[in-house]
Design a protein around this ligand. Structure first.
Ligand code: ADP
Ligand code: ZN
Ligand code: ZN
Length: 677
């Protein structure tokens, strides 16, 4: 029944860095066999590539059109809601559609068959059913009251039982014959977590994360597509599994910056997931003890429904947090005159608590914040940090005494004395996990220490071994970076020390205070989760009045968020304004700088010429804080805008056809950037 004339041409988004889709004819001239969402093989130049059919298109020019090679029939059509979501992603993040669509397919094109040796999912053991707390029941009832698309923030303190809420919502979804996707930060995808899901839903779980082999990923992908599994738990990229009957999305630890991909398609999985839920008309639940300000802002705009759980399950107490002022610690040591036997980074209070903890045969953890490698400068006498007068972010030290703002390119000379108190101690902050480990072993010679940082924990196996040795109590002290501050849950851990909180405040990033608040709260959430006595957290700082410390001490997220949002508003930062980062990267320093300046001029010119762009702000170009990475020079340009539409339009027009770019230099667009290093 081909009464409608089968349009001769089909529009295909090919897996290549092309802005627009291409037109192909159907083999034998019969386009009716090719539906929107079909995967096809097509010729491109001398190569054959894959592409996704978008639909019929009109013939445009007289040039000869090539024919589609074949339909890749093993793969199902991408369901319409997912396909329109992918088109949105490509437009929103300015990334080629064909390459966006390519993320929907498993790494291996042939379906994995044959013997499966080991499953990435732990065996299900019998689960102990719990009766829900009052708070859990209330939250469930109010989420269930919103059928269809609705976005929910579940703001629950650590240990309030958020996972139990997720499990109940998933059970609803399966009962309705639909499937659920649960995204968690890669680092939290531990056997401990998977076991909680697979115990409740034996045989129903699939898992996707970057540490699986290609064969495993392909098997897991198919088990969701063919319907043999119903719940997909994974890291951010699991969102791209093209499920037809999606009924629920959950994003746990929604504030985690690792949900943002920094390369290729620079999507934020949380924001992308909200759009995916919208196109599938299903609910989405964002969970966190310390919601991102983006999400909190959306709550205040009534875009997301807020649900709060303010108590730990079984009335377990939140940890007691104690702040140690390292300035007075240092003054006391100076007054005492005798050299302390304690290293400079360890206060008397923390030392005594550690001794007591080890004497009780309990476990302790010491955290160091080592995010980013940019150098920021501060004064240990008065706690002053050196900030840009325009941008209110830390200046970065270049060379010996050259301070630079990498947002707006403000420059200043670093004097030898502190501009506030005249002290001579001004300098970069620095302390590593190795030094902490050495000092601790010197103080406690029989101590069994495990170190967890990027050098020590490079694979999932390393992480799992570390977890096992903590669980088996083969370790007394864990020394680690913020990478281990999240999600871990050890019965014997009762004392947590944050060694130098200031490193976090002084990062050259407008989100530094937010990150610090999150870290302080999450770190606190690690201690005493199982014991009857509350855990103890000790925060050492040179700046005890910092907003992130003051509010996390009172466990006051709302107070923090209100104050921080006011700051963001007054400085035109996200989430009040939208931000794009254009990063200019090249092999040759002068050429890269010239290209960055040229791009800056193109942006300014557009702004002068076009009235709608007037409210936008263009900052820089400036050298990126990591000014050279893997042999390439890096500059950046920041653009602030009241809305996304004008931001994306300006970026698109400023880039143009990119023919103005010198060879060896490229521009990467990052919409809603999280990482500005
Ligand atoms: P969160 O994700 O909010 O930090 P979890 O979901 O991990 O909290 O719950 C903390 C602990 O409390 C877990 O060990 C969990 O099994 C337990 N738990 C959760 N809900 C209940 C309940 N209703 N009754 C008893 N224990 C519960
Ligand atoms: Zn000072
Ligand atoms: Zn600045």
């Amino acid at each position: 029944m081909n009464e409608a004339p089968t349009s001769a041409l089909l529009s295909v988004a090919v897996d290549a860095p092309l802005v627009a889709p291409l037109s192909y004819s159907a083999p034998d001239g019969d386009a009716s066999a090719f539906k929107r969402g079909h995967l096809v093989r097509v010729p491109l130049g001398r190569r054959k590539v894959e592409g996704v059919v978008l639909g019929p298109t009109e013939a445009t020019g007289a040039f000869s059109v090539k024919s589609i090679d074949s339909l890749v029939s093993e793969f199902p059509q991408i369901p319409e809601p997912t396909l329109s979501w992918l088109e949105w992603l490509s437009r929103y993040y300015l990334y080629p559609l064909g390459q966006t669509l390519a993320l929907c397919y498993p790494p291996l094109k042939s379906r994995g068959r044959g013997s499966r040796k080991s499953s990435p999912i732990p065996e299900a053991t019998a689960e102990v059913r719990v009766s829900l707390t009052e708070e859990q029941q209330q939250v469930l009832a109010s989420i269930r009251a919103h059928p269809g698309f609705s976005a929910h923030l579940l703001h629950g303190v650590t240990g309030s039982g958020k996972t139990e809420v997720y499990l109940n919502l998933i059970a609803d979804t399966l009962a309705a014959g639909k499937r659920a996707v649960v995204l968690v930060p890669e680092i939290s995808l531990t056997p401990q977590l998977l076991r909680r899901f697979s115990n409740r839903f034996p045989g129903q779980l699939a898992v996707l994360h970057s540490h699986l082999t290609d064969r495993e990923k392909t098997e897991q992908w198919w088990s969701m597509i063919d319907g043999s599994r119903k719940i997909l738990v994974g890291a951010r990229s699991a969102l791209f599994c093209p499920l037809a009957d999606l009924g629920l999305i959950i994003i746990d630890e929604e504030h985690e910056p690792s949900f943002k991909q920094d390369e290729m398609l620079k999507y934020h999985a949380r924001d992308a997931a909200v759009m995916l839920a919208k196109s599938h008309n299903c609910p989405i639940v964002l969970g966190s003890a310390t919601p991102s300000l983006e999400t909190w802002h959306n709550v205040s705009l009534n875009k997301y429904h807020l649900h709060t759980m303010s108590r730990r399950v079984a009335d377990r107490q939140l940890p007691t947090i104690e702040v140690v002022d390292m300035r007075s610690e240092r003054d006391q040591r100076r007054l005492a005159g005798t050299a302390s036997n304690l290293p400079f980074w360890l206060s008397q209070v923390l030392y005594e608590q550690l001794s007591a903890c080890f004497a009780r045969s309990e476990q302790a953890a010491l955290f160091l914040n080592r995010r980013g490698i940019a150098q920021s400068v501060f004064c240990p006498s008065c706690g002053t940090s050196y900030e840009c007068p325009n941008c209110s972010i830390s200046l970065t030290l270049h060379g010996k005494n050259h301070l630079v703002c990498h947002y707006c390119d403000y420059h200043e000379r670093l004097n030898e004395t502190c501009r506030e108190c005249g002290s001579l101690d001004v300098g970069p902050l620095g302390l590593g996990t190795e030094l902490v480990e050495q000092d601790m072993v010197r103080l406690f010679p029989s101590l069994r220490v495990a170190r967890a940082d990027r050098d020590e924990i490079q694979s999932r196996l390393d992480l799992e071994q570390m977890i096992t040795s903590m669980e088996k109590r083969e370790v007394d002290l864990l020394v680690g970076t913020q990478m281990i501050a999240k999600g871990l849950d050890f019965a014997g851990l009762t004392l947590v020390g944050l060694v130098m909180a200031d490193v976090g405040f002084n990062l050259p990033d407008f989100r530094a205070a937010e990150r610090s608040f999150q870290l302080l709260t999450q770190v606190g959430g690690r201690a005493g989760r199982h014991s009857e006595a509350p855990g103890r957290v000790i925060v050492q700082t040179y700046n005890p009045a910092h907003v992130s410390i003051v509010y996390s001490l009172q466990n006051d997220f709302v107070g923090f968020a209100t104050e921080e949002l006011n700051m963001r508003r007054s400085l035109n930062y996200p989430p009040v304004m939208r931000l794009a980062c254009l990063r200019i990267i090249g092999n040759h320093e002068a050429r890269t700088q010239q290209a960055a300046e040229a791009l800056g001029r193109r942006c300014s010119l557009l702004q002068q010429q076009k009235q709608p762009y007037q409210p936008l702000q263009i900052l820089g170009p400036a050298p990126a804080p990591i000014a050279k990475l893997r042999g390439k020079f890096r500059y950046q340009l920041l653009i602030k805008s009241p809305d996304h539409a004008r931001l994306a339009a300006l970026c698109r027009q400023a880039l143009g056809d990119e023919k103005w770019l010198p060879s060896g230099v490229k521009v990467l667009v990052d919409i809603d950037p999280m990482n500005l290093l």
